[in-house]
Design a protein around this ligand. Structure first.
Ligand code: AMP
Ligand code: ZN
Length: 454
């Protein structure tokens, strides 16, 4: 039985989709700066769900938005417009900013071998649909107009707070004084009337303006998946405002519950704390690569913790993921030409254990432990084949180049590394030359070296 933890019901529930195909929506990136490895944890989570569902035989219809329209820095419609800030910082148009960072994002997710959703939709491509959505809410009496824009009236939606946010916590205070037209402090903007100088704006029934930041997800979900969505994913930071607001918009427009499973990923911490620019601890995938790690090391690192727990990133823990991955692959390759065989019963039991682990709300640490146990069996092609099957979920590159590097070359490279460590540079250089004559280049980095076939 496949079970996921549902943030709506606050328990693990059996998952079955509405139809044959699983419809899944994932909140995507805001493309105004480099995505960091915390963001990447969110997309590895999406990948983990998609691959697990496919492994269970489901077809996928997935959607992810790209927030390429400026929205305000806080969830609560306050602060600066992020795209505008980036435009000014980089002397580019918002369109250029969005294109540049969307490309960076796509490069990173591809490097991590993330199984991408069938539709990746920029918010700016659905402005007309957003306007229709807002009009629909207005016609049904869920929205009202102020001099600033069109607001959602949360008092009209009895279901507000399903994900646990307490609307009374937002006491009438400073915000109300600033914007006396809002009926409730938690009412949020669906459409914002743009001052002339605002860089991204579109014509609408309410004059020139731009969408509020929650509406794009409800609109894109409706347009691409319809009014019954099986799963919606995102990081925990989005749970109590962004996702409450999405529920309010979508359920009120459709007149019924739209999303059945809300799944939230806990944050990646750095050195035990929050990632923050001021602490200089916001790492990108490129930073990890510059330190000699492969994207796949980070992919393996993701599997080492459960998604519902905070995961602490340090370079030491990434190094340990890297070593485990190396050992994991070596062990797999040793089975490739193994002559022993796995009994049908054993094979079935490993299959079942692996399935039980992934189907128990994506318990990847247990799934890895099942693989480790399997790899301890006598060397057998059956083990190799079974691991390749499990790899449909893990998504690792089992045909990596290192496999084809002969032992002799590995030994030479190791001798060179030792010579270098012992400051015996002449010997290290001559071994490097020998390796080069055999067609291999050695790339050193902080923690070790890579052997590259020329
Ligand atoms: P954003 O581009 O800020 O909307 O974030 C994109 C995705 O990354 C969202 O699903 C966020 O919840 C998620 N996210 C942001 N920071 C972290 C973090 N430190 N750890 C895990 N996920 C994060
Ligand atoms: Zn969203």
């Amino acid at each position: 039985m496949l079970k996921f933890y549902n943030s709506l019901t606050r328990r693990k529930e059996e998952f079955t989709p509405y139809g044959d195909t699983v419809k899944m929506y994932s909140c995507g990136p805001t493309v105004y700066s480099y995505p960091h490895i915390g963001n990447m944890r969110a997309y590895l989570f999406m990948d983990n769900i998609r691959r697990t569902l496919k492994y269970n035989g489901y077809k996928m219809d997935g959607v992810m938005n790209i927030t390429d329209v400026g929205h305000l820095t806080s969830d609560a419609d306050e602060g600066e417009d992020k795209m505008m800030v980036a435009s000014e910082r980089e002397h580019k148009t918002p369109w250029e900013i969005a294109k540049f960072y969307t490309d960076v994002f796509m490069k990173d997710v591809k490097a991590l071998n993330i199984d991408l959703p069938e539709h990746i939709v920029p918010a700016t491509s659905v402005i007309g649909d957003i306007i229709d959505f807002v009009k629909g809410l207005q016609e049904k009496g869920y929205a009202y107009e102020t001099s600033k824009g069109i607001y959602f009236d949360i008092s009209k939606f009895g279901g507000y707070g399903q994900l646990g946010s307490d609307i009374n916590a937002k006491k009438a205070g400073a915000r109300i004084e600033v914007d006396g037209e809002k009926l409730h402090p938690a009412d949020f903007a669906l459409w914002i009337k743009a001052p002339k100088e605002h860089i991204m704006q579109w014509d609408s029934p309410w004059g020139m303006g731009y969408p509020g930041w929650h509406i794009e997800c409800s609109t894109i979900g409706k347009k691409y998946l319809g009014d019954h969505i099986d799963i919606h994913t995102g990081g925990v930071d989005h749970k109590t405002i962004h996702h409450e607001n999405e529920i309010a918009q979508s359920d009120c427009l459709e007149g019924h519950k739209v999303v059945r499973f809300w799944m939230h990923l806990e944050f990646l911490q750095i050195d035990g704390g929050k990632m923050s620019k001021s602490l200089h601890n916001v790492f990108t995938l490129s930073d990890l690569e510059a330190n000699g790690f492969c994207p796949e090391d980070f992919r393996y690192f993701y599997f080492m913790a459960h998604y519902s727990k905070q995961q602490n990133f340090t370079y030491d823990s990434l190094m340990s993921a890297r070593n485990s991955l190396k050992n994991f692959k070596n062990a797999i390759w040793e089975h490739k030409n193994g002559t022993s065989s796995l009994t049908k019963e054993k094979e079935e039991s490993y299959r079942q254990d692996f399935l039980n682990a992934i189907n128990d709300d994506l318990n990847m640490p247990v799934a890895l432990a099942v693989c480790q146990k399997l790899l301890k069996e006598d060397k057998s092609k059956d083990v190799y084949n079974l691991i390749c099957k499990f790899n449909e979920v893990l998504g690792l590159d089992l045909e990596e180049k290192e496999e084809r590097i002969p032992d002799e070359i590995k030994k030479l490279a190791e001798r060179r590394w030792q010579a270098k460590q012992n400051k015996n540079y002449a010997q290290a250089d001559s071994l490097r030359a020998e390796l080069s004559s055999k067609g291999y280049t050695i790339n050193d980095h902080k923690e070790g070296y890579d052997i590259v076939k020329n």
